[in-house]
Design a protein around this ligand. Structure first.
Ligand SMILES: [Zn+2]
Length: 302
């Protein structure tokens, strides 16, 4: 088994160059990924393996902003033991860096040291696991030593006060070292964190989950995170069983997908193993992807 490919997809959003980095694969139970949707419906969109698991990606977004490199989410990292990565079928080993994420940053022509800002949609291990990395000496350090890290204050508090249902998703090594180093900027509600980069609260998956809007020269892209993890999750009731507040997710999706359709936003799908991004339309019944003509890959450097 190997991680979903390609490692890197690059395009422009307005003036900004953005790189979708496939920071590895993971497999999760298909039923859990689609909540109340019956299997005969979801298996037509993503076929399960013999253990009923579906192949997912862990896509991160690297934005070349005037103020420096911005990285949205960090994949599953390298700090857990082999059994942990096996349970979730995480395939994210790096050839050059600790994980495929660092490989992707290098393939885009940059270095982890160049990342100025890391934004976490939320702090689950498959989104914030790469905030820190274990070195060859066994010591855990910040994976982006010169970056500040941004997350919603409520998400940080939720991650540090877990219960029996939420604890397995929040591994302290992914965020406590960032706090201890004084690198977290804990924000509250909608906030422009850099010019043209805005955190939009999209609660439901967790109570303080956020999606990240990138705007430049009249174009916009939204990194939706776990609000719409794959393009198969575009229909409003296709909501993960993992969500702690599924009816809140429903309202977040209704609001965001309406805006995305009206304002022609490009959506970036974090967990889709194949489709990195796309625009959406409503066909009168449901939201679906608008198929885009393939862009010429030579248009941008890196
Ligand atoms: Zn996730």
């Amino acid at each position: 088994m190997s991680a979903p490919a390609p490692l890197l997809r690059t395009r422009r959003v307005g003036r900004l160059i953005v790189h979708a980095i496939q920071a590895g694969g993971q497999k999760l139970d298909g039923g859990a990924m689609f909540g109340v949707v019956p299997k005969p419906l979801w298996e037509r969109r993503i076929a399960p393996d013999e253990r009923n698991r579906i192949q997912l990606g862990m896509r991160c977004l690297l934005v070349e902003h005037d103020a420096g490199l911005v990285l949205i989410d960090t994949g599953a990292g390298n700090k857990e033991d082999a059994k942990f990565y096996e349970i979730y079928a995480v395939e994210n080993r790096g050839a050059r860096g600790p994980t495929a994420l660092e490989d992707g940053i290098i393939a885009a022509g940059h270095r982890p040291e160049d990342v100025a800002l890391v934004i976490n949609t939320h702090l689950h291990f498959d989104h914030a696991g790469g905030n820190t990395a274990r070195g060859a000496d066994g010591v855990v350090r910040l994976a982006f030593p010169n970056a500040r890290y941004v997350v919603q204050r409520g998400e940080y508090e939720w991650a540090t006060r877990t219960n029996e249902r939420t604890a397995a998703s929040y591994l302290p090594g992914n965020f406590v070292p960032v706090r201890d180093a004084g690198r977290f900027d804990l924000i509250e509600g909608e906030r422009e964190v850099l010019s043209g980069i805005t955190a939009l609260p999209t609660p439901g998956h967790t109570p303080h989950h956020q999606s990240i809007l990138i705007e430049s020269d009249g174009e916009a892209a939204l990194f939706v995170g776990d609000l719409v993890p794959t393009q198969a999750h575009l229909p409003l009731p296709w909501i993960m069983g993992y969500d702690v507040e599924p009816l809140v997710t429903l309202e977040s999706k209704r609001r965001i997908l309406k805006r995305a359709t009206d304002e022609q936003w490009l959506l970036v799908f974090e967990h889709d193993a194949e489709v990195p991004w796309g625009r959406v339309r409503h066909d009168g019944k449901s939201y679906a992807l608008v198929s885009e003509p393939a862009a010429a890959p030579a248009a941008v450097p890196g």
